[in-house]
Write a new protein. Structure first.
Length: 53
């Protein structure tokens, strides 16, 4: 595995800060954080080949 360059690390850090600030500023940030932490799962009757993203 190749180590990340300093430029890439800085870009990722900037992006992380922007995303976290946007989540905190959201009106329903508590629900949004729970949604983002949840695992993807299919429920009864949901067929994976019929999903549209």
């Amino acid at each position: 595995k190749t180590p990340l360059s300093a430029e890439r690390r800085e870009a990722q850090s900037t992006t992380d800060v922007a995303v976290l600030n946007a989540i905190k500023a959201h009106a329903d940030s508590r629900l949004l954080r729970r949604y983002l932490k949840s695992r993807f799962q299919l429920w009864n009757g949901v067929l994976p080949h019929k999903l549209k993203f």
